[in-house]
Design a binder for this molecule. Structure first.
Ligand SMILES: *Cc1c(COP(=O)(O)O)cnc(C)c1O
Length: 360
């Protein structure tokens, strides 16, 4: 969209992004901290995020090669790791050409690798199944796969796996998963990578040669209110403006389904954001929003383009005022709790029609 009349936007604080990266990177000083920018950088605009980090970060990671190609088109020259590996045989040619590292997780990908006319010289990451049961080779398969790689490929190989519950400090599962990966690392003397954001923060032994930093890069802690030595700074602020204000008499209702009724004379602000923008439709009554330094509750059902907020207890609120839905004042985790969702989902669901506007 080139003409912008509606002021609904996701403000992206690139300065906070770089600070979060530098802080988390300092927690794993012996590892290469890879910035995970799949899914349009968790909804933050991958091109903008990549440009802001390209001088600081060595490697980016995305889900599949299409996302990596888009980064190259945008002029990003860093190494890019493809987390789900090749979807097609031809992806190896592109990876070779563009310096993409490929995570391989299944036999069909090894078969493609072996049928290439020219040996693939990009970096190979071998994904090992340690407890997620989603992607990866079983431990017993790795011996055979090693014999299918060239000396050159084995010398640069990264053995990797993914935690299923690294945010749970009291669980033995992360310890078991890491032990499985380490048994292979010791055997083959390869580099390794295990840690996502929660792994970096909770499990220092998992840092290895490369960490894969996603959520925490965007200023959201995957481990709740943990004793971090420095607070993470939320990178995205989702905001919209008040476009109408109504006064309701006792007994009147607001919005579809009449699910909220005024128990007192009430002032209701209508805000220009709805579920078509990625604000969750199932956000409950009382979900907080932030207006002019104060918190106000969502009332009535979330519509496609609008929400309604009870501003009876606030003073000096006017049409045009900015409302923060989540960001530095309203934690996205609170909104997630009020809508049976999680921070990751809310971030990645901010829709295309919401402009991403950069500050910092
Ligand atoms: C998305 C992803 C990450 C990043 O996880 P966060 O929890 O967001 O830090 C790391 N590794 C893999 C394989 C992923 O798919």
């Amino acid at each position: 969209m080139s003409y912008i009349s509606r002021l609904t936007q996701a403000v992206i604080d690139l300065d906070a992004l770089v600070k979060n990266y530098q802080y988390i990177d300092s927690l794993a000083p012996n590892s290469n901290t890879i910035a995970v920018i799949k899914a349009d950088a968790y909804g933050h605009d991958a091109n903008k995020v990549a440009h802001a980090l390209s001088a600081t970060v060595n490697t980016f990671a995305v889900g599949f090669i299409d996302e990596a190609m888009a980064l190259r088109s945008a002029g990003i020259n860093n190494t890019v790791l493809i987390l789900e590996g090749p979807f097609k045989e031809n992806d190896f040619q592109l990876a070779q050409l563009h310096n993409f590292s490929l995570m391989l997780h299944s036999d069909y990908q090894i078969a493609w690798l072996r049928s290439l006319n020219v040996e693939f010289s990009g970096d190979i990451w071998l994904k090992v199944e340690t407890g997620m049961n989603r992607l990866g080779f079983h431990l017993e398969q790795v011996d055979h796969i090693m014999t299918q790689l060239s000396q050159q490929q084995r010398s640069k190989l990264v053995l990797c796996s993914h935690f299923s519950s690294a945010e749970q400090l009291d669980s033995v599962k992360p310890v078991e998963q890491l032990a499985k990966l380490m048994s292979l690392v010791e055997k083959y003397h390869c580099q390794f990578s295990m840690a996502n954001s929660a792994g970096i923060l909770n499990w220092p032994a998992s840092h290895g040669d490369h960490t894969r930093l996603g959520l925490a890069l965007y200023g959201i802690s995957p481990i709740g209110k943990s004793p971090l030595s420095q607070p993470l700074i939320p990178v995205m602020t989702l905001q919209a403006n008040i476009i109408a204000i109504h006064t309701l008499k006792i007994g009147e209702t607001v919005g579809y389904g009449d699910i909220w009724q005024a128990k007192r004379k009430s002032t209701i602000a209508t805000v220009a954001i709805g579920y078509a923008d990625g604000y969750p439709r199932n956000a409950k009554l009382g979900t907080p929003v932030f207006i002019k330094g104060k918190v106000a509750p969502l009332v009535g059902r979330v519509s496609m383009d609008m929400i309604t907020v009870d501003i009876t207890d606030l003073t000096n609120i006017n049409i045009g005022d900015t409302v923060e839905l989540w960001g530095k004042n309203i934690s996205i985790d609170i909104v997630a709790q009020h809508s049976d969702s999680i921070n990751y989902e809310l971030l990645t669901r901010v829709s295309k029609r919401v402009p991403k506007v950069v500050t910092g």
